[in-house]
Design a protein around this ligand. Structure first.
Ligand code: ARG
Length: 365
């Protein structure tokens, strides 16, 4: 039987993946060839192939290692991989997602985790999740003002269309929206006890806790597709832990997100009339100190940007020592606070896309 073009491409990607994965795992050439033969048969019979547990596990780790946006890749081998490819219903998927949140949160001692659901078959996604992250705050437009996270406005509207009603606080945790192929999406609420949050306070500036700001403990990206050896996993939520600046220099600071810098500057008694007072910069630093302090106080894992950059340097060294090229996206890798104070700023990285990897994908319809 002759393979169609799609199947040939799939087979070629599979061959490439099997060789690099098995080489890394120290598996013999002989076994590699046997596995390749087996995959060829399966593709001829079914049009696709099924990863073994260890291919899935190591493939997911390789995908993290190849993620050019990520400064935290030194830890790629520590990823915990849950194989939930057998799940078929939205309800069961929700149970697995809840388990992911609980396992990853681990009462603040965060564990890097991915849960892999069924792959795409013949352009069909057996399961999809609509959320950008498993935990994220809603955002509401109220005339010209916005309550909550402006990044979630569309998602919040969608949840409301599906019948959800938030409390309209700035920190309403969105429900999970899970869809089985060919069915309407369904809403599920994570129990409050599963969603760990950190109230933001500052070691000296007492007024900061009166801003009543908080952030959630674990960033679990859920809208990206995991690709391993030509197989696409459209639902494979994954997490590491936060770097402080993601919260303190972006989520809470961006003028079109929580926009806290003017309030922080006011608390600090800074002159906000003049750019040259550097009130923005001073407020930014103190807000970031507050984030680092608060996560530490609450016992939730989080890394500062200087330490993260050092860890990335170790990653570069380690990769070079085993003969792999480090790819990266400079724009994403430099921290948004004091970038030139890290070595990353002074380097250039080839932004080549290696596989396995995580990819943006179209939102479900
Ligand atoms: N920047 C995103 C956020 O602030 C999270 C992206 C993933 N971050 C991570 N440390 N793994 O919500």
């Amino acid at each position: 039987m002759v393979l169609s073009v799609n199947r040939i491409e799939l087979f070629q990607e599979a061959i490439q993946f099997i060789h690099s994965c098995y080489d890394e795992l120290g598996i013999s050439q002989e076994e590699q060839l046997m596995r390749v033969k087996e995959i060829e048969e399966e593709i001829i019979q079914t049009g696709t192939y099924t990863h073994t547990q260890s291919e899935l596990t190591h493939g997911a780790k390789m995908a993290w290692r190849n993620s050019n946006h990520c400064i935290g890749r030194l830890l790629w081998e520590t990823l915990e991989v849950f194989d939930e490819r057998q799940v078929t219903t939205a309800k069961d998927a929700f149970e697995k997602l809840k388990h992911h949140v609980d396992y990853a949160t681990n009462d603040g001692d965060i564990r890097s985790t991915i849960t892999v659901f069924a792959p795409r078959v013949q352009d069909k996604d057996p399961l999809r999740i609509w959320n950008h992250q498993l935990v994220r705050y809603a955002g509401y437009e109220d005339g010209a003002t916005i309550i909550g996270d402006s990044a979630s406005i569309e998602m919040t509207k969608l949840c409301e269309r599906l019948g959800w009603r938030g409390n309209k606080t700035p920190f309403d945790v969105l429900p999970l929206v899970i869809q089985e192929f060919g069915k309407s999406p369904r809403l599920f609420e994570l129990p409050k006890s599963s969603v760990k949050e950190v109230p933001i306070s500052h070691p000296e500036i007492k007024g900061i806790s009166e801003l009543n700001t908080k952030w959630y403990a674990v960033p679990i990206i859920s809208n990206m597709r995991l690709d391993i050896g030509g197989i696409e996993y459209p639902m494979a939520p994954f997490n590491g832990w936060y770097m402080g600046t993601e919260i303190g220099a972006r989520n809470l600071a961006d003028a079109d997100r929580y926009n806290l810098l003017p309030s922080v500057a006011k608390l600090m008694g800074l002159n906000t009339k003049s750019n040259r007072s550097l009130w923005i910069d001073k407020a930014l630093v103190e807000l970031n100190i507050a984030v680092l302090h608060s996560y530490e106080k609450e016992g939730v894992t989080l890394v500062d940007h200087h330490t993260a950059a050092k860890q990335f340097k170790s990653f570069e060294k380690k990769e070079r020592s085993v003969g792999r090229r480090v790819t990266g996206n400079w724009v994403w890798l430099i921290p948004p606070l004091s970038p030139a104070a890290t070595h990353v700023y002074h380097k250039r990285f080839a932004n080549d896309i290696m596989t396995p990897n995580f990819f943006y994908q179209k939102d479900p319809e």
